[in-house]
Design a protein around this ligand. Structure first.
Ligand code: 13P
Ligand code: SF4
Length: 378
Protein backbone atom coordinates (compact mmCIF):
# COMPACT_ATOMS: atom_id res chain seq x y z
CA UNK A 1 0.00 0.00 0.00
CA UNK A 2 2.89 2.40 -0.54
CA UNK A 3 2.13 5.67 -2.28
CA UNK A 4 3.66 6.49 -5.63
CA UNK A 5 3.19 9.29 -8.10
CA UNK A 6 2.78 6.75 -10.92
CA UNK A 7 -0.26 6.74 -13.16
CA UNK A 8 -2.94 4.33 -11.92
CA UNK A 9 -2.11 0.74 -12.82
CA UNK A 10 -5.75 0.07 -13.62
CA UNK A 11 -8.11 2.23 -15.66
CA UNK A 12 -11.73 2.52 -14.53
CA UNK A 13 -13.42 1.64 -17.81
CA UNK A 14 -13.03 -2.17 -17.80
CA UNK A 15 -14.53 -2.38 -14.29
CA UNK A 16 -17.78 -0.93 -15.59
CA UNK A 17 -18.45 -4.00 -17.70
CA UNK A 18 -17.92 -6.48 -14.85
CA UNK A 19 -20.96 -8.03 -13.17
CA UNK A 20 -21.75 -7.27 -9.53
CA UNK A 21 -20.80 -10.87 -8.65
CA UNK A 22 -17.35 -10.47 -10.25
CA UNK A 23 -16.83 -7.14 -8.52
CA UNK A 24 -17.94 -8.52 -5.14
CA UNK A 25 -15.51 -11.41 -5.49
CA UNK A 26 -12.60 -9.12 -6.33
CA UNK A 27 -13.42 -6.68 -3.50
CA UNK A 28 -13.66 -9.59 -1.08
CA UNK A 29 -10.24 -10.84 -2.21
CA UNK A 30 -8.71 -7.47 -1.30
CA UNK A 31 -10.53 -7.35 2.02
CA UNK A 32 -9.14 -10.83 2.83
CA UNK A 33 -5.66 -9.80 1.76
CA UNK A 34 -5.53 -6.51 3.70
CA UNK A 35 -7.54 -7.67 6.72
CA UNK A 36 -7.73 -4.97 9.45
CA UNK A 37 -5.38 -2.68 7.49
CA UNK A 38 -8.36 -1.73 5.34
CA UNK A 39 -11.50 -0.17 6.78
CA UNK A 40 -14.47 0.34 4.46
CA UNK A 41 -16.99 2.81 5.86
CA UNK A 42 -20.46 3.37 4.37
CA UNK A 43 -23.11 6.02 4.91
CA UNK A 44 -26.70 4.78 5.25
CA UNK A 45 -27.68 6.34 1.90
CA UNK A 46 -25.42 4.00 -0.07
CA UNK A 47 -26.86 1.40 -2.43
CA UNK A 48 -27.47 -2.07 -0.97
CA UNK A 49 -24.68 -3.74 -2.94
CA UNK A 50 -22.20 -1.20 -1.57
CA UNK A 51 -23.53 -1.57 1.99
CA UNK A 52 -22.94 -5.32 1.65
CA UNK A 53 -19.20 -4.65 1.13
CA UNK A 54 -18.56 -2.23 4.00
CA UNK A 55 -17.17 -3.01 7.45
CA UNK A 56 -19.19 -0.37 9.29
CA UNK A 57 -22.18 1.81 8.50
CA UNK A 58 -23.38 4.94 10.25
CA UNK A 59 -24.76 8.46 10.14
CA UNK A 60 -22.35 11.37 9.82
CA UNK A 61 -21.67 11.53 13.56
CA UNK A 62 -21.13 7.79 13.93
CA UNK A 63 -18.87 7.63 10.86
CA UNK A 64 -16.75 10.46 12.25
CA UNK A 65 -16.41 8.57 15.52
CA UNK A 66 -15.44 5.41 13.65
CA UNK A 67 -12.72 7.25 11.73
CA UNK A 68 -11.54 8.91 14.96
CA UNK A 69 -11.42 5.57 16.82
CA UNK A 70 -9.78 3.54 14.02
CA UNK A 71 -6.54 1.98 15.18
CA UNK A 72 -5.29 -0.91 13.02
CA UNK A 73 -6.25 0.39 9.61
CA UNK A 74 -3.85 2.11 7.23
CA UNK A 75 -6.44 2.88 4.57
CA UNK A 76 -10.08 3.91 4.75
CA UNK A 77 -12.27 3.55 1.67
CA UNK A 78 -15.11 5.97 2.30
CA UNK A 79 -18.40 5.04 0.65
CA UNK A 80 -20.11 8.36 1.16
CA UNK A 81 -19.52 11.90 -0.06
CA UNK A 82 -16.54 14.24 -0.21
CA UNK A 83 -17.02 16.12 3.09
CA UNK A 84 -17.26 12.80 4.95
CA UNK A 85 -13.96 11.58 3.49
CA UNK A 86 -12.31 14.90 4.40
CA UNK A 87 -13.61 14.57 7.96
CA UNK A 88 -12.30 10.99 8.16
CA UNK A 89 -8.87 12.14 6.93
CA UNK A 90 -8.70 14.90 9.56
CA UNK A 91 -9.80 12.65 12.44
CA UNK A 92 -7.87 9.51 11.50
CA UNK A 93 -4.67 11.55 10.99
CA UNK A 94 -4.87 13.91 13.95
CA UNK A 95 -1.53 14.46 15.69
CA UNK A 96 -1.90 11.89 18.50
CA UNK A 97 -2.99 9.20 16.04
CA UNK A 98 -0.08 9.99 13.74
CA UNK A 99 2.28 9.79 16.72
CA UNK A 100 0.85 6.37 17.71
CA UNK A 101 1.62 5.14 14.19
CA UNK A 102 5.11 6.62 14.09
CA UNK A 103 4.02 9.28 11.61
CA UNK A 104 2.35 6.89 9.18
CA UNK A 105 -0.79 8.39 7.63
CA UNK A 106 -4.06 6.58 7.08
CA UNK A 107 -4.88 6.99 3.42
CA UNK A 108 -8.52 7.98 2.88
CA UNK A 109 -10.02 7.12 -0.49
CA UNK A 110 -13.25 8.37 -1.99
CA UNK A 111 -14.05 5.80 -4.71
CA UNK A 112 -15.59 8.44 -7.02
CA UNK A 113 -14.35 12.03 -6.74
CA UNK A 114 -17.64 13.27 -8.21
CA UNK A 115 -19.44 12.16 -5.03
CA UNK A 116 -19.92 15.65 -3.59
CA UNK A 117 -22.83 17.24 -1.74
CA UNK A 118 -24.91 19.94 -3.39
CA UNK A 119 -25.71 21.45 0.02
CA UNK A 120 -22.02 21.70 0.96
CA UNK A 121 -21.42 23.41 -2.39
CA UNK A 122 -23.93 26.15 -1.44
CA UNK A 123 -21.43 27.73 0.96
CA UNK A 124 -17.96 28.55 -0.35
CA UNK A 125 -15.29 29.77 2.05
CA UNK A 126 -14.92 33.16 0.33
CA UNK A 127 -18.69 33.70 0.69
CA UNK A 128 -18.52 32.84 4.39
CA UNK A 129 -15.55 35.15 4.95
CA UNK A 130 -17.29 37.93 3.07
CA UNK A 131 -20.45 37.45 5.15
CA UNK A 132 -18.40 37.52 8.36
CA UNK A 133 -16.72 40.77 7.31
CA UNK A 134 -20.09 42.34 6.46
CA UNK A 135 -21.56 41.18 9.77
CA UNK A 136 -18.64 42.89 11.48
CA UNK A 137 -19.92 46.23 10.14
CA UNK A 138 -23.22 45.95 12.05
CA UNK A 139 -22.55 43.47 14.87
CA UNK A 140 -19.78 42.46 17.23
CA UNK A 141 -18.54 39.22 15.66
CA UNK A 142 -16.84 38.34 18.97
CA UNK A 143 -20.38 37.74 20.20
CA UNK A 144 -21.29 35.37 17.33
CA UNK A 145 -20.46 31.65 17.35
CA UNK A 146 -20.17 30.20 13.86
CA UNK A 147 -21.67 26.70 13.63
CA UNK A 148 -21.21 24.62 10.52
CA UNK A 149 -23.17 21.52 9.71
CA UNK A 150 -20.73 18.70 9.00
CA UNK A 151 -22.06 18.78 5.41
CA UNK A 152 -19.53 21.45 4.47
CA UNK A 153 -16.01 21.71 3.08
CA UNK A 154 -13.02 21.39 5.43
CA UNK A 155 -12.21 25.06 4.79
CA UNK A 156 -15.51 26.04 6.49
CA UNK A 157 -14.79 23.74 9.41
CA UNK A 158 -11.41 25.44 9.74
CA UNK A 159 -13.09 28.87 9.67
CA UNK A 160 -15.35 27.76 12.48
CA UNK A 161 -12.42 26.34 14.47
CA UNK A 162 -10.51 29.61 14.12
CA UNK A 163 -13.49 31.68 15.28
CA UNK A 164 -14.37 29.71 18.42
CA UNK A 165 -17.15 27.71 16.74
CA UNK A 166 -18.25 24.12 16.40
CA UNK A 167 -19.24 21.53 13.79
CA UNK A 168 -22.62 19.85 14.29
CA UNK A 169 -24.35 16.87 12.75
CA UNK A 170 -28.04 16.12 12.46
CA UNK A 171 -27.76 14.11 15.68
CA UNK A 172 -26.26 16.82 17.92
CA UNK A 173 -27.45 20.10 16.39
CA UNK A 174 -29.39 21.19 19.48
CA UNK A 175 -26.49 20.37 21.79
CA UNK A 176 -24.16 22.33 19.49
CA UNK A 177 -26.49 25.37 19.60
CA UNK A 178 -26.75 25.13 23.40
CA UNK A 179 -22.94 24.95 23.59
CA UNK A 180 -22.75 28.06 21.40
CA UNK A 181 -25.33 30.07 23.36
CA UNK A 182 -23.42 29.37 26.55
CA UNK A 183 -20.60 31.44 24.98
CA UNK A 184 -22.24 34.09 22.84
CA UNK A 185 -25.68 35.63 22.37
CA UNK A 186 -25.76 34.93 18.62
CA UNK A 187 -25.02 32.08 16.23
CA UNK A 188 -24.33 31.99 12.54
CA UNK A 189 -25.41 28.61 11.16
CA UNK A 190 -24.41 27.23 7.76
CA UNK A 191 -24.94 25.78 5.20
CA UNK A 192 -28.37 24.14 5.90
CA UNK A 193 -31.05 26.69 6.77
CA UNK A 194 -33.57 23.92 7.51
CA UNK A 195 -31.50 22.07 10.10
CA UNK A 196 -30.63 25.41 11.69
CA UNK A 197 -34.22 26.69 11.71
CA UNK A 198 -35.85 23.43 12.83
CA UNK A 199 -33.39 23.05 15.68
CA UNK A 200 -33.63 26.67 16.85
CA UNK A 201 -37.45 26.67 16.68
CA UNK A 202 -37.40 23.65 18.99
CA UNK A 203 -35.38 25.77 21.44
CA UNK A 204 -37.97 28.56 21.48
CA UNK A 205 -36.21 30.90 19.05
CA UNK A 206 -38.70 32.62 16.72
CA UNK A 207 -38.47 33.08 12.96
CA UNK A 208 -38.06 36.86 13.25
CA UNK A 209 -34.95 36.14 15.31
CA UNK A 210 -33.62 34.03 12.42
CA UNK A 211 -32.86 36.11 9.34
CA UNK A 212 -31.61 34.21 6.30
CA UNK A 213 -28.30 35.26 4.77
CA UNK A 214 -28.38 35.09 0.98
CA UNK A 215 -24.77 35.07 -0.27
CA UNK A 216 -25.93 36.40 -3.65
CA UNK A 217 -27.72 39.46 -2.23
CA UNK A 218 -25.95 42.79 -2.70
CA UNK A 219 -25.66 43.82 0.94
CA UNK A 220 -25.89 42.18 4.36
CA UNK A 221 -27.17 38.96 2.80
CA UNK A 222 -30.42 40.71 1.88
CA UNK A 223 -31.12 41.85 5.47
CA UNK A 224 -31.34 45.22 7.14
CA UNK A 225 -28.92 46.05 9.95
CA UNK A 226 -31.90 46.04 12.37
CA UNK A 227 -32.94 42.51 11.36
CA UNK A 228 -29.42 41.29 12.06
CA UNK A 229 -29.20 43.21 15.33
CA UNK A 230 -32.35 41.53 16.65
CA UNK A 231 -31.24 38.08 15.45
CA UNK A 232 -30.32 35.08 17.58
CA UNK A 233 -29.46 32.69 14.73
CA UNK A 234 -28.37 33.91 11.31
CA UNK A 235 -29.21 31.14 8.85
CA UNK A 236 -27.33 30.54 5.61
CA UNK A 237 -29.46 30.17 2.50
CA UNK A 238 -28.57 26.56 1.74
CA UNK A 239 -30.61 23.37 1.61
CA UNK A 240 -30.50 19.70 0.71
CA UNK A 241 -32.02 19.14 -2.72
CA UNK A 242 -33.14 15.65 -1.65
CA UNK A 243 -34.94 16.57 1.57
CA UNK A 244 -36.57 19.72 0.25
CA UNK A 245 -38.71 17.48 -2.00
CA UNK A 246 -40.86 16.36 0.95
CA UNK A 247 -44.02 18.44 1.24
CA UNK A 248 -46.83 18.90 3.84
CA UNK A 249 -49.35 17.51 1.34
CA UNK A 250 -47.46 14.20 1.34
CA UNK A 251 -47.88 14.06 5.12
CA UNK A 252 -51.61 14.85 4.81
CA UNK A 253 -52.13 12.16 2.17
CA UNK A 254 -50.45 9.45 4.27
CA UNK A 255 -52.44 10.43 7.35
CA UNK A 256 -55.68 10.27 5.36
CA UNK A 257 -54.89 6.93 3.70
CA UNK A 258 -53.20 5.21 6.67
CA UNK A 259 -54.75 6.29 9.98
CA UNK A 260 -52.32 5.88 12.86
CA UNK A 261 -49.25 6.16 10.62
CA UNK A 262 -46.16 7.79 12.14
CA UNK A 263 -44.43 10.44 10.07
CA UNK A 264 -40.68 10.23 10.65
CA UNK A 265 -38.43 12.78 8.95
CA UNK A 266 -34.84 13.94 8.73
CA UNK A 267 -34.25 17.46 10.14
CA UNK A 268 -32.95 18.61 6.74
CA UNK A 269 -36.63 18.67 5.65
CA UNK A 270 -38.30 22.08 5.34
CA UNK A 271 -39.98 23.54 8.40
CA UNK A 272 -43.55 22.99 7.09
CA UNK A 273 -42.91 19.24 6.99
CA UNK A 274 -40.72 19.02 10.08
CA UNK A 275 -43.29 20.76 12.29
CA UNK A 276 -46.14 18.42 11.44
CA UNK A 277 -44.07 15.20 11.61
CA UNK A 278 -44.45 12.87 14.60
CA UNK A 279 -40.76 12.11 14.97
CA UNK A 280 -37.45 13.28 13.56
CA UNK A 281 -33.84 12.25 13.65
CA UNK A 282 -30.53 11.63 11.94
CA UNK A 283 -30.35 8.58 9.69
CA UNK A 284 -28.94 6.58 12.61
CA UNK A 285 -31.86 7.60 14.84
CA UNK A 286 -34.40 6.87 12.09
CA UNK A 287 -33.02 3.32 11.86
CA UNK A 288 -33.05 2.83 15.63
CA UNK A 289 -36.66 4.04 15.87
CA UNK A 290 -37.88 1.64 13.22
CA UNK A 291 -35.85 -1.26 14.66
CA UNK A 292 -37.23 -0.77 18.15
CA UNK A 293 -40.90 -0.16 17.27
CA UNK A 294 -43.50 -2.88 17.94
CA UNK A 295 -44.49 -5.08 14.95
CA UNK A 296 -47.32 -3.62 12.92
CA UNK A 297 -46.15 0.00 13.34
CA UNK A 298 -46.84 2.09 10.25
CA UNK A 299 -44.19 4.59 9.14
CA UNK A 300 -43.93 7.15 6.34
CA UNK A 301 -40.29 8.19 6.26
CA UNK A 302 -38.91 11.40 4.81
CA UNK A 303 -35.29 10.76 3.99
CA UNK A 304 -33.20 9.38 1.13
CA UNK A 305 -34.80 6.57 -0.87
CA UNK A 306 -32.10 3.88 -0.56
CA UNK A 307 -32.27 3.96 3.22
CA UNK A 308 -36.08 3.84 3.29
CA UNK A 309 -36.15 0.92 0.83
CA UNK A 310 -33.61 -0.97 2.94
CA UNK A 311 -35.68 -0.39 6.09
CA UNK A 312 -38.74 -1.66 4.23
CA UNK A 313 -36.91 -4.86 3.22
CA UNK A 314 -35.31 -5.48 6.60
CA UNK A 315 -38.51 -4.88 8.57
CA UNK A 316 -41.32 -6.84 6.94
CA UNK A 317 -42.97 -6.96 10.39
CA UNK A 318 -43.64 -3.21 10.04
CA UNK A 319 -45.28 -1.14 7.32
CA UNK A 320 -42.67 1.23 5.92
CA UNK A 321 -43.50 3.80 3.22
CA UNK A 322 -41.46 6.45 1.46
CA UNK A 323 -43.00 9.84 2.29
CA UNK A 324 -42.87 11.32 -1.22
CA UNK A 325 -44.59 10.10 -4.41
CA UNK A 326 -41.53 11.27 -6.36
CA UNK A 327 -38.11 9.66 -6.25
CA UNK A 328 -35.85 11.57 -3.82
CA UNK A 329 -32.44 10.00 -3.99
CA UNK A 330 -29.05 11.51 -3.42
CA UNK A 331 -27.47 11.43 -6.88
CA UNK A 332 -23.99 12.05 -5.53
CA UNK A 333 -24.09 9.31 -2.86
CA UNK A 334 -25.31 7.05 -5.70
CA UNK A 335 -22.10 7.68 -7.66
CA UNK A 336 -20.29 5.24 -5.39
CA UNK A 337 -20.78 1.82 -6.95
CA UNK A 338 -18.98 -1.51 -6.87
CA UNK A 339 -17.02 -0.68 -10.03
CA UNK A 340 -15.49 2.45 -8.45
CA UNK A 341 -14.91 0.68 -5.14
CA UNK A 342 -13.16 -2.29 -6.77
CA UNK A 343 -11.12 -0.04 -9.09
CA UNK A 344 -9.92 2.17 -6.23
CA UNK A 345 -9.07 -0.80 -3.99
CA UNK A 346 -7.14 -2.67 -6.69
CA UNK A 347 -5.10 0.46 -7.44
CA UNK A 348 -4.42 0.87 -3.73
CA UNK A 349 -3.04 -2.65 -3.50
CA UNK A 350 -1.05 -2.17 -6.71
CA UNK A 351 0.72 0.84 -5.14
CA UNK A 352 -0.88 3.38 -7.49
CA UNK A 353 -3.64 4.76 -5.26
CA UNK A 354 -6.36 6.90 -6.81
CA UNK A 355 -8.76 9.44 -5.31
CA UNK A 356 -6.88 10.09 -2.08
CA UNK A 357 -8.51 12.77 0.06
CA UNK A 358 -5.87 14.66 2.02
CA UNK A 359 -6.73 17.92 3.72
CA UNK A 360 -3.82 20.37 3.92
CA UNK A 361 -2.15 20.67 7.33
CA UNK A 362 -3.32 24.18 8.26
CA UNK A 363 -6.95 23.50 7.28
CA UNK A 364 -6.86 20.13 9.07
CA UNK A 365 -5.45 21.71 12.24
CA UNK A 366 -8.27 24.25 12.60
CA UNK A 367 -10.99 21.88 11.38
CA UNK A 368 -9.91 19.46 14.06
CA UNK A 369 -10.52 22.08 16.75
CA UNK A 370 -14.16 22.37 15.63
CA UNK A 371 -14.58 18.62 15.02
CA UNK A 372 -13.27 17.70 18.47
CA UNK A 373 -15.87 20.03 19.98
CA UNK A 374 -18.50 18.25 17.88
CA UNK A 375 -17.41 14.86 19.21
CA UNK A 376 -17.58 16.14 22.80
CA UNK A 377 -21.00 17.73 22.52
CA UNK A 378 -24.01 15.37 22.43
P1 13P B 1 -26.95 11.94 8.78
O1 13P B 1 -26.68 10.56 8.28
O2 13P B 1 -25.88 12.42 9.67
O3 13P B 1 -28.31 12.04 9.37
O4 13P B 1 -26.91 12.92 7.52
C1 13P B 1 -27.75 12.79 6.44
C2 13P B 1 -27.20 13.38 5.22
O5 13P B 1 -27.82 14.08 4.48
C3 13P B 1 -25.84 13.09 4.92
O6 13P B 1 -25.44 13.86 3.90
FE1 SF4 C 1 -25.82 16.38 0.55
FE2 SF4 C 1 -28.47 16.05 0.71
FE3 SF4 C 1 -26.97 14.20 -0.51
FE4 SF4 C 1 -26.85 14.50 2.16
S1 SF4 C 1 -28.62 13.81 0.97
S2 SF4 C 1 -25.14 14.26 0.75
S3 SF4 C 1 -27.14 16.74 2.34
S4 SF4 C 1 -27.26 16.34 -1.17
Amino acid sequence: MTATLDAPKFELKPYKSLSNEQLQERIQKIRDELGPKLLILGHHYQQDEVIAQVDLTGDSYQLSQMAADSSDCRAIAFCGVHFMAETADILANRPEKLAERGGERVRVILPDMAAGCSMADMAAIDQIEDAWDQLGEVLDTEDITPVTYINSAASLKAFVGRHGGIVCTSSNAQAALEWSFAKTSRVMFFPDQHLGRNTALGMGITTDEMPVWDPYAEELGGNSAEMLQQSKVILWKGHCSVHQMFRPEHVALFREQHPGIKILVHPECPREVFEIADEFGSTGKIIRMVESAPPGTKWAIGTELHLVNRLKQEHPEQEVYFLSPVVCMCATMYRIDLAHLCWSLENLVAGTPVNTIEVDEETARWSLVALERMLEVR
